[in-house]
Design a protein around this ligand. Structure first.
Ligand code: ZN
Length: 466
């Protein structure tokens, strides 16, 4: 699902994509005009990631993993709608996952796998507006993707299976997809593993099918999800079920961390309670967590069920739960807007600590303002990051959160909380941009806020007056 497909970026790529999109209808006027979809999203940070010419509605992922051989085999069914007449279209998948066959609407399609892309030529052109179904079969040894900032994400092999956390580009290490955050879709996962193992994924576990040696875990994620939020983490988990603030919870716990629910996860309901009051209803049908020792230094807000490589603090768990509203239910349109995820989740953890009576929002703001956490704390400005190598810079988190707190103190609680709730409900299951957030802040508060946001998000150095 693509909501609000707009070329807001000022880069050459974005202008190029917008121009092509505008020209396409007249260049192929009438029915029967077919041309290749774009092999790029034009995202200012990851222009080659993601594709155009269609809109994915649903992914059906059927994978089978052999931990001994570290081998992943499977087929992903992609239901999409053409947004132009398509003679050819592209998907993202890293080359270590070798594709053996692709069909489109039941007919074999020809394809080329190169440079992280599948170029797919269906037997017949797909008319603009038509729904179509592509099935991609693959086999390989998945391994993580390395980012411009040197971090890795995607599929990590573990002692007993795999740890799967994919922000921003790692999903292409284990399944074919349209890897751009503004093409969200519902997902079903049918993941087969040796019978002593379990699979933890997004949404609801709807069933387990067993043979003598294997088990297939069926997970369903009905609300739209950005590709980078998908996980199929595999291990010797205990599944701990409960109800948290009225929401079904499943915690997948690696037994190396004991038999009992770690303390921060017991507070999920209390945290969700604070957030439901502040941001509006929890946007998904289930919650929980995945705790599995993996070789990564970050936690991730995998939709409905955040993933951790080591037991988090309650503060970090509160951060990942806040992302269910800010990042998951409402996702960035383009990666340079990442402060809309990380700044908001950081501010939300401050709200949680205020609820605990630890420290008020204002006091946390003052502490950060007066005692920078690091030298790079004030820069780069959150909406002027300079490139993807700074995507998860501490300024995105802390200066981003300070931006929100400064805004709350400027426009007052009624306008501020009204703004957050409208932001979520207006963009629910879709995407949003910084420009849209600023526009909504101005209408909600009745104030002119261009200068305020310019100072906080774009100006170099520590803001002095705003
Ligand atoms: Zn975060």
């Amino acid at each position: 699902m693509q909501v609000g497909l707009k070329a807001t970026g000022g880069t050459l790529f974005a202008i190029g994509a917008a121009t092509v999109a505008l020209l396409a209808p007249s260049a192929h006027a009438g029915a029967g005009g077919f041309s290749p979809g774009s092999a790029r999203s034009g995202d200012p940070f990851f222009p080659r990631e993601g594709n155009g010419g269609y809109d994915v509605q649903h992914y059906g992922v059927e994978n089978s993993y052999s931990p001994g051989k570290r081998r992943l085999r499977g087929a992903t069914t992609i239901d999409a709608v053409a947004t132009q007449g398509l003679s050819r279209f592209y998907l993202d998948l890293r080359k270590h996952m070798r594709v053996s066959a692709i069909s489109v609407d039941g007919q074999p399609a020809s394809f080329v796998q190169r440079d992280g892309k599948l170029a797919i030529t269906p037997a017949a052109g797909i008319p603009d507006g038509d729904a179509f179904t592509a099935v991609v079969s693959y086999d390989g040894h998945p391994r993580p993707v390395v980012d411009p900032d040197g971090s890795s994400e995607g599929w990590f092999t573990t002692d007993d299976g795999a740890f799967v956390a994919s922000e921003p580009l790692g999903t292409t290490s284990w399944m074919p997809c349209n890897d751009r955050p503004d093409d969200k879709a519902s997902f079903d996962f049918d993941i087969t593993v040796p019978k002593q193992l379990r699979v933890a994924s997004n949404g609801t576990l709807t069933g387990v099918t067993r043979t003598e040696s294997k088990a297939t875990f069926h997970w369903s994620q009905p609300e739209p999800m950005a590709t980078y939020l998908a996980t199929t983490t595999i291990g010797r988990f205990r599944f701990l079920r409960s109800s948290q603030d009225g929401i079904d919870s499943l915690v997948a716990l690696d037994p190396g961390f004991g038999r009992r629910t770690p303390a921060p996860f017991k507070r999920t309901g209390e945290i969700l309670g604070v957030y439901q009051k502040a941001f509006g209803p929890y946007p998904f049908g289930s919650t929980g967590a995945i705790l599995d020792p993996g070789p990564v230094g970050f936690a991730l807000e995998t939709q409905t069920r955040p993933i951790y490589a080591s037991p988090p603090s309650t503060y970090i768990h509160a951060h990942e739960l806040a992302h269910q509203w800010f990042g998951d239910a409402v996702s960035v349109s383009r990666w340079p807007d990442i402060w809309l995820n990380e700044g908001f989740a950081t501010w939300a953890s401050w709200l949680w600590e205020q609820h605990l009576g630890k420290r008020s929002l204002h006091a946390t703001f003052r502490k950060a303002y007066e005692a920078p956490l690091s030298k790079r704390f004030w820069g780069p400005p959150p909406r002027r990051l300079g490139g993807p190598k700074n995507l998860f810079d501490s300024s995105v988190y802390v200066r981003g959160a300070m931006t929100l707190e400064a805004l709350r103190e400027k426009i007052g609680n009624p306008a501020f909380y009204g703004l957050l709730r409208s932001w979520v409900s207006d963009h629910l299951y879709g995407n949003g941009s910084t420009a849209e957030f600023i526009a909504l802040a101005e209408t909600t508060s009745g104030r002119q806020l261009d200068k305020f946001f310019r100072i906080w998000l774009k100006r170099t150095g520590k803001p002095k007056r705003w």
